[in-house]
Every structure is written in structure tokens, then in C-alpha cells.
Design a binder for this molecule. Structure first.
Ligand SMILES: Nc1ncnc2c1ncn2[C@@H]1O[C@H](COP(=O)(O)OP(=O)(O)OP(=O)(O)O)[C@@H](O)[C@H]1O
Length: 588
């Protein structure tokens, strides 16, 4: 959301006051106090960029902060480099460390969730052991008392205050920029369902690495400034559990999925803790702060900032519906546009001898199939015959055990799912897999943002998303979260997401399953409308009346082999097909 002129003016005025503070003769004690607030704001904000947005909770933030601290301590304290140069160097070292770790860890699917948290925590301990047992520290710590600190800010605490302020502002600006960008949209989707995000075109590995590197670079820079602040760097203090614990708590309190949330949490906790420490009853005070934290987190599980924003939005006057729908682009195909593909239409998708085995199970035993531009091909077969496996192989979810798959004569097998999505293949899921923390509109907008590159229409992702929501009859649900929808609506959001990706080929996996007869009719009409717009469709379906109503051709799978392919009525009357479906007695 763009900042209004008024809020920009308020921010500028606030910043001007903060910048002027060291020159007003204010006591160094207050500057140091405020520096600590900035320090925690920068650290917590940096943590949020990976862990808050993408949900990869890192308990190893101390490692990157520590890498920055020791880079500064070594370069300035031992090699006598000007201190200011050590700050970008510390950021670079921390980012390089995160990238190296991420390149290994992010490729391993099993290292998500709590395993990632534990692994990052152990990185801190490994790094601590390495540093304390080498000349970097040697166990004695590194003094920076002889390091010449910058002269600006009227005093050394003033200079450190200004550095802390600059870093906190930069961290907030970067975090806000990330959240509003493609990267941020991708990270939020990764948070909710990483596999689906990848299939929708989000380059998940690259985005996680980028977020990890940015987050760690800020932590590294914070470490460098903190080295100057403390003047004596030790492994015990640097790599303690305090840093990760505090940044996690601060982010949860303020709201980890909002750019300003961790900063608000950091400011509140830092101020609360310093108030109780100065009160003379430090231990009792800390317990009180912890109790208050528990209460606030229980009451506001999304964090203070999102809760406040929600309240403000509720209080704001409702936006005019026509205005909210934005400028519509005419994407809705005409009702009577041509239907079936011309018989001689070119081949869009070709599967040649596609094989897939899961351990000892042969799910696909060499399936060869062509899909022509503009046609609707139904994929049918008994349970376990390999239909979903074929869809998963085309969309890149599974690697092939053998054979080739081409889209417009270009091999796509072996490409990452996001690359396949960007080439124009979109899919839906049998059980809708929506991003539950993103609104219906945001779900669809994400797919418009990351969809087929070649079919970019020039319309904004937001306009496209609203257009496809209107097409699927969901315009009124745009601002709801997916858990508030019924199954029918959730399935239609799946449609809208797939369509917003501007697919050349749409893969529908049992979209009618679980719908009432009326909802089935609506879905069938919708699929007909989609094809009328020129989209080629492959759909997996058990409901024969829908297959007959929709399909130009039917492909029948049985035990991983293609049994028959042809027009629906003829194919379903083929004795071999009847035997597979109804048993030998019906096939005579
Ligand atoms: N991830 C997996 N790991 C192991 N086996 C799998 C996996 N996915 C599918 N299979 C096996 O592959 C075979 C084909 O399954 P698939 O889900 O493709 O069938 P289907 O035709 O889509 O069935 P349904 O109509 O019930 O959805 C089955 O034997 C199934 O157990």
C-alpha cells in the first residue's frame, strides 16, 4: 500500500527529529538507550524477512549477527581497517554464510518447519566453536577499544546511535519493499504451501535464498555496529540464545507477517525490559513482562500490528463495490465462441513413453498421449490407474522415471515446477490447496503475477485477478480468507487461480468431486466457458455425464497403461474399457 503524503510527511518529520537528537546536547545515556531500541528493531525486522514472511523460522539469527560482529572485530580490531568499511563487509560475510547454508538446506524438503529451526540453531553453535577455537577469537575475546570510531554525531555514542538509526530505517524500508514486491508475494505463498507456490510459478528456492541472504546481511550489519557499541566481543555473549529468542518473541508480539510488526514488538519489549531492570526488582519485572507477553500473544495471535490494522479497516467506510472491482479488462470469452479444437490442430502437449515408479509400484508403464491445441481431453480410469500421477508429472511435481514430455515441441520434463508454470501449464487440485492466510483476491493475484510469461497481457495482476474472480462468480468474496469459503467456492478459487496464470494448457484434477448436482452443472458451464476462450484442457474425472458433456476425446488409463483414446461415447463403449470399469460379465 502506497504511503499517503500525510504519512510521508509525518515519517520525514519524525526522522528529522531523531537525526537531530545527537546534536542537541542530550545525554549519551539516552542515545545509548535509543541505540539499543534501533538495534533490536533492525534485528527483529531482518528476522521477519525470511522467517516471518516465508515461515522458515530461524533460531540461528545469532550466527549471522555473530558473523557480522566478528567480521567487524577482525577487520577493525586486528587488521585496523576503517570501522565504517567493516559494516558492509560484515553484511556481505553474513549474507554469504546464509547463502551457503541455504543452498544445501533449502533443497531438502524434509528440512522445513522445526527441523529448519533446529538446524539453524546448531549453525550458531558450530560457528561459535569454530571462532573460539581459532585465531579469530582464540577464547579470549576481541577488544575494539583501540578502534577509531566515526566522528559524526558529536560523540562516539552519538555516532553509534546514528548508525543504529540508519540501519533500523534501512531494515524497515527493505522489509516493506520486499513485502510489496513479487519476492514478498512469493514468500507469503511459500509460508502457506511451498509445493503449491512452486507449481503456481514461484521460484521457491531462489526466493528463499534471496530472503535468507537479505535477512542475514542486515543481521550481519547489526553485528558490526554492536561490536563497536560493546567494545569487547566474546563468543559467549555473541552466540547466546538471547538473540534468536528475543527476535522471535518480538516478531510474534508485533506481527511477523507485517513489515512493521517485528519493529513494534522490538520497541515494546526493549522499552519494557529496560523499565523493569531500572526498577530495582529486575527478576520480578522480567516475569511480569513475560506474563504480559503471553497474554497479548494469546489475545492477538496474529500480532499487534495486524490486529490494529484490522480494527482500523473495520472502522473505515466501506469501499464502493464498483470502484473496488477496478478497471476490468475484457478477458471473458464470448458465450458462443467456437468450441472443439479443429481436427488438424497442432499438438500442444505430447507425452512419449512416460513412466513413473514409486519404489516397487509402477504407477505409469509407458504412456504416450497427444493433446491438441484447443481441445478438452478427459483422463479417466479406475482408482489407482495413474491419472493424478500423469497430471503431477506434466506439472513437474514428480520427476519422470522414463520417457519425455514436450509442450509445443519443447521438452519440459526435468524443469522445476515453477518453470513449467511460467511456460503456460496451470493446474488445480482435487482437494483445493489455497493459501489460507492470503485473501481470495491475493490467492488469484499471486497466480496472475507468476503465471505464463509468454502470455503476459499488459494488464496488472490485480486487474487480472479481479477479472477472473468476476468470471468465476467470486467477486463478492475477494476479501475473504479461504477458510471462510465452502467447497464449491474453494474449487472455483482454484479455477480463478489457474486462469489468472494465463495458461496455454489447463490441468483439472477431479474438480467436480464433492460438488452437488447443481454445482456440477455450474462447474461444467464454467469449463465450457474457459475452453470457449481458447484454453486447452486436460481433466481427470470420474463423473461420466460431465466427461460426455465436456470432452472432445477421452483417454482411458488402467494400471498405468493407456487402454484407449478417442471420442467419448465410442471409447466408453469399447469392450476393453467396459471390462475395466464394470468387470468381464458386462463386456460381452
Ligand atoms: N507419492 C506416491 N508415493 C507412492 N505411491 C504413489 C504415489 N502417488 C501415487 N502412487 C501410487 O501410484 C498409483 C497410481 O496412483 P494415482 O493417484 O495416480 O491414481 P489415480 O488414477 O489418480 O487414482 P484416483 O482416481 O483414486 O485418484 C497408485 O498405486 C498409487 O498408490
Amino acid at each position: 500500500m502506497a504511503l499517503t503524503r500525510q504519512s510521508l510527511a509525518t515519517i520525514a518529520a519524525g526522522l528529522a527529529v531523531l537525526l537531530a537528537l545527537p546534536y542537541t546536547g542530550v545525554a549519551d545515556f539516552y542515545l545509548s538507550y535509543l541505540y539499543l531500541v534501533f538495534f533490536w528493531v533492525a534485528l527483529a525486522t531482518s528476522w521477519g524477512i525470511l522467517s516471518g514472511y516465508a515461515g522458515y523460522w530461524s533460531f540461528g539469527h545469532a550466527a549471522f549477527f555473530g558473523a557480522g560482529m566478528y567480521t567487524a572485530a577482525t577487520l577493525a580490531g586486528k587488521l585496523e581497517l576503517p570501522f565504517l568499511l567493516t559494516v558492509p563487509a560484515a553484511a556481505a560475510v553474513a549474507a554469504a554464510l546464509a547463502t551457503a547454508i541455504g543452498l544445501v538446506v533449502f533443497r531438502i524438503n524434509s528440512l522445513r518447519g522445526e527441523f529448519f529451526a533446529l538446524l539453524t540453531l546448531s549453525v550458531s553453535y558450530v560457528l561459535a566453536a569454530l571462532i573460539s577455537n581459532t585465531a579469530i577469537d582464540g577464547g579470549a575475546g576481541v577488544y575494539l577499544s583501540n578502534v577509531a570510531l566515526p566522528q559524526f554525531g558529536a560523540s562516539v555514542p552519538g555516532a553509534i546511535y546514528l548508525l543504529g538509526l540508519a540501519l533500523a530505517v534501512a531494515a524497515l524500508a527493505i522489509s516493506r519493499r520486499v513485502l510489496g514486491s513479487r519476492l514478498g508475494a512469493g514468500l507469503l505463498a511459500i509460508h502457506d504451501d511451498e509445493d503449491v507456490a512452486e507449481v503456481k510459478g514461484v521460484p521457491t528456492l531462489r526466493y528463499k535464498l534471496l530472503a535468507f541472504a537479505i535477512s542475514s546481511a542486515i543481521a550481519g550489519a547489526a553485528g558490526a555496529i554492536q561490536a563497536a557499541y560493546v567494545g569487547y566481543v566474546t563468543v559467549g555473549e555473541t552466540f547466546s540464545i538471547t538473540v534468536p529468542l528475543y527476535v522471535v518473541l518480538m516478531s510474534i508480539l508485533g506481527g511477523a507477517r507485517h513489515w512493521a510488526g517485528p519493529a513494534v514488538g522490538a520497541a515494546l519489549i526493549t522499552v519494557a525490559l529496560s523499565a523493569v531492570v531500572g526498577s530495582g526488582h529486575a527478576e520480578l519485572g522480567r516475569a511480569g513482562v513475560a506474563l504480559a507477553l503471553i497474554v497479548v500473544i494469546l489475545k492477538l495471535p496474529q500480532g499487534i500490528v495486524p490486529a490494529l490494522l484490522k480494527r482500523l479497516r473495520r472502522a473505515a467506510p466501506a469501499v464502493d463495490a464498483a470502484h473496488a472491482s477496478g478497471k476490468l479488462v475484457n478477458l471473458v470469452p464470448p458465450a458462443n465462441a467456437p468450441g472443439a479444437a479443429a481436427p488438424g490442430a497442432r499438438v500442444l502437449l505430447e507425452c512419449r513413453d512416460v513412466r513413473k515408479s514409486f519404489g516397487g509400484i509402477q504407477a505409469l508403464r509407458g504412456v504416450s498421449l497427444q493433446v491438441r491445441q484447443g481441445e478438452i481431453l478427459a483422463l479417466v480410469g479406475p482408482n489407482g490407474s495413474g491419472k493424478s500421477t500423469l497430471i503431477n508429472m506434466i506439472s513437474g511435481h514428480f520427476a519422470l522415471s522414463g520417457g519425455t514430455i514436450t509442450l509445443d515441441n519443447v521438452a519440459i520434463a526435468g524443469l522445476a515446477p515453477h518453470a513449467i508454470a511460467q511456460r503456460g501449464i496451470a493446474r488445480t487440485y482435487q482437494i483445493p490447496r489455497l493459501f489460507d492466510h492470503l485473501s481470495v483476491l491475493e490467492n488469484v493475484r499471486l497466480c496472475a503475477t507468476f503465471g505464463c510469461r509468454e502470455a503476459a497481457s499488459g494488464a496488472s495482476p490485480d486487474a487480472l485477478a479481479r477479472q477472473w474472480l468476476a468470471f468465476t462468480g467470486l467477486a463478492a468474496k475477494a476479501d475473504l480468507l479461504p477458510p471462510a469459503l465452502n467447497l464449491h467456492e474453494r474449487k472455483f478459487v482454484e479455477f480463478a487461480r489457474a486462469l489468472a496464470a494465463r495458461p496455454r494448457l489447463l490441468l483439472l484434477d477431479e474438480v467436480l468431486c464433492g460438488l452437488t448436482p447443481t454445482e456440477v452443472d455450474q462447474a461444467v458451464a464454467l469449463i465450457q466457458k474457459i475452453r470457449a476462450g481458447g484454453t486447452t484442457i486436460v481433466f481427470v474425472e470420474h463423473l461420466m455425464r460431465a466427461v460426455v458433456a465436456l470432452a472432445d476425446r477421452v483417454a482411458v488409463l488402467d494400471q498405468g497403461t493407456l487402454l484407449a483414446v478417442g471420442p467419448p461415447r465410442e471409447t466408453m463403449q469399447d469392450p476393453t474399457v467396459i471390462r475395466v470399469y464394470l468387470g468381464a460379465s458386462h463386456a460381452a
